[in-house]
Design a protein around this ligand. Sequence first.
Ligand SMILES: Cc1ncc(COP(=O)(O)O)c(C=O)c1O
Length: 356
Amino acid sequence: MICIAKPIIGKEEQDAILEVINSGQLVQGARVREFEARFAQLCGAEHAIATSSGTTALHIALLAHEIGVGDEVITSPFSFIASANCALYVGARPVFADIEPDYFTIDPARIEERITPRTKAILPVHLYGQACDMDPILEIARKHNLAIIEDACQAHGAMYKNRPVGSFGTACYSLYATKNITTIEGGMIVTNDTQVAERARLLRNHGSPRTYEHVILGYNMRTTDLAAAIGLVQLDKLKQWNDIRRENAAYLSANLGKLPGVVVPKIREGCEHIFHQYTIRISDRDAAAQKMRDKGVGVGIHYPTLIHKQPLYKQLGYDDSLPVAEAASREVLSLPVHPSLSKDDLKSIVDAVASL
Ligand SMILES: Cc1ncc(COP(=O)(O)O)c(C=O)c1O
């Protein structure tokens, strides 16, 4: 079976973990600080705050921006549920704007119509490893005085017009096992806003600036030095792995782009896609997914149900009509693109799609 995702954790990571275990400094130590500093550099941001997951990074980011009860956050319905749930966690309301058909990311032309006096932030999701169209989104945020909280959980190292994703506001990353780099579970907040960074550090650790002093209501959303040690090794490999993902994607697009009924991913002009997912549109998607699995090719559907159509959101009274996202959720199919694929694997994936 050719897997849809394959974490690469080798000898260097194992050595780094052992070193931490032997050092006795397991939590919130030097490795975490070094990992934060290196991650901030990657994103061209001043501060980075490591967390226990991408979900807790988003949760803390909203709290650090003082978003809470009665506020609204505009985001994409076509994402993993955490992109919207973070607003619910803080008592705010996620408001969904439709997506761009070519890039699957929030459509800037659909954002302003969703703004109300309660809107506090726009939360663009850089889906599949491709940046949202940030110029018009930044313009809208400036005009309406809204915070930008980027969900960059799938976009480590992606670029938008020569600017790293994660440098536009406060941004949140996931370091879950299947991401382009991983600490098994983990997350990161990056920001240039010193006040947001300070609050995020407190929120992550029981509101505690010093041992047993608690100045705000905080949480335990910390990470470990074991995770950071893995992350530091993985950061060194990110560029090489992203380049391989791009090469794999180029091969797939060159071969699949000719097939009738298949739409290959479009790369936004001037942007660097890091292909966390390689996602095509295909007719009769569910049958195609089953046939691919039968042929030994693991595939994924990201995402079969829009967030506002999930039972949780239906119970909350959501009933939006977002036709572009609805069509995408019926047609998308993610194919393996990870760096461990061999030339033969890539050919088998193309052959399997061609024979559908
Ligand atoms: C777009 C997006 N947002 C948020 C998350 C949540 O990250 P985590 O699983 O690390 O909590 C994910 C993870 O899959 C994601 O893909």
